[in-house]
Design a protein around this ligand. Structure first.
Ligand code: BTN
Length: 229
C-alpha cells in the first residue's frame, strides 16, 4: 500500500489515473484535504471542501473487463464495512454508488478506468463544511467525529481484501441487504432519454439493477435512480 497525501489537488481521481498510467501498483492511494475540481458520476462536479475524505485507490482487478461493473458495488461494500468498523455506522446504499444516512447523501463513489487499471474514487462527508452544504445537495456529514486517516486506511484495507477475493462476488449479498431501492418504486434517469417510473426488482450478479417497467424487465448498467427517501 503506498499513500500520496496532498493538502489540495484538482481531483484525486485525476491524480490516481495519471499514476496508474505510469504503472503504479494496486493499492496505491491518493488522499487529499480538499479538491478544486472534484468529479462525480455522469459528468457532475463533486463538492469537495475541507472536512471531507477524498480518496482514490488504484486497483488492478483480475476480472474480465465486461465484469468491471462490479467494482462500484464492491467499493460501496468496502466503505460500508469500514464505517461499521471505525464508527459503528451502517449506511444504506442507493444504486449504484451512493451511501445514505437518514435520507441524505453521505458518500459518493466514482470508478474510472486508466489503461489496464481501475481507479476507485470515494468522497465522504466527514464534517459539516464551514457555511454548510450548498442547498440542493441533500448531503449529510458523519454524526460523530472520526479520524480521517484511520477511516481511509480501513476503506483501502477492505477494498483490497474484496478485490483480491475476486472473482468471488459474495459481497453482493451485503450490497443487496443494504440497498435502499430493492422492492421500491423508483424513477429511472437514463443517461439518454426521459426519466420513467419502474419498480426495482433485483440486483444481478454483475451489480446491475433489474427493474420492471410496464410489466417489462429491464437491466440497467448506467444512469441512476431516484426514490422518495
Ligand atoms: C458521485 O457522487 O457522483 C461520485 C463522487 C465521487 C467523488 C470522489 S472524491 C475523490 C475522487 N476524486 C474525484 O474527483 N471524485 C472522486
Amino acid at each position: 500500500m503506498a499513500w500520496i497525501c496532498l493538502s489540495e489537488t484538482d481531483s484525486t481521481n485525476r491524480a490516481a489515473k495519471e499514476l496508474a498510467r505510469q504503472g503504479a501498483s494496486q493499492g496505491t492511494a491518493v488522499l487529499a484535504d480538499r479538491q478544486t475540481a472534484g468529479r462525480g458520476r455522469l459528468g457532475r462536479d463533486f463538492f469537495s471542501p475541507e472536512g471531507g475524505l477524498y480518496l482514490s485507490v488504484i486497483l488492478r482487478p483480475e476480472l474480465p473487463r465486461e465484469q468491471w461493473s462490479l467494482l462500484t458495488p464492491m467499493a460501496a461494500v468496502a466503505v460500508c464495512r469500514a464505517l461499521k468498523q471505525t464508527c459503528g455506522l451502517s449506511p444504506g446504499i442507493k444504486w449504484v454508488n451512493d451511501l445514505y444516512l437518514a435520507g441524505k447523501k453521505l458518500c459518493g463513489i466514482l470508478c474510472e478506468t486508466a489503461g489496464a487499471a481501475a481507479v476507485v474514487g470515494i468522497g465522504l462527508n466527514l464534517r459539516q463544511p464551514q457555511g454548510d452544504f450548498p442547498p440542493g445537495l441533500n448531503a449529510i456529514a458523519l454524526p460523530r467525529a472520526v479520524d480521517r486517516d484511520a477511516l481511509a486506511q480501513a476503506i483501502v484495507q477492505q477494498l483490497l481484501a474484496l478485490c483480491e477475493s475476486l472473482p468471488d462476488t459474495g459481497f453482493l449479498e451485503e450490497y443487496r441487504a443494504a440497498s435502499l431501492v430493492l422492492g421500491r418504486a423508483v424513477t429511472v434517469h437514463p443517461v439518454e432519454g426521459a426519466p420513467y417510473e419502474a419498480r426495482a426488482q433485483a440486483i444481478d450478479g454483475l451489480g446491475r439493477l433489474v427493474v420492471v417497467r410496464d410489466g417489462m424487465i429491464q437491466t440497467l448498467d448506467s444512469g441512476e435512480v431516484s426514490i422518495r427517501l
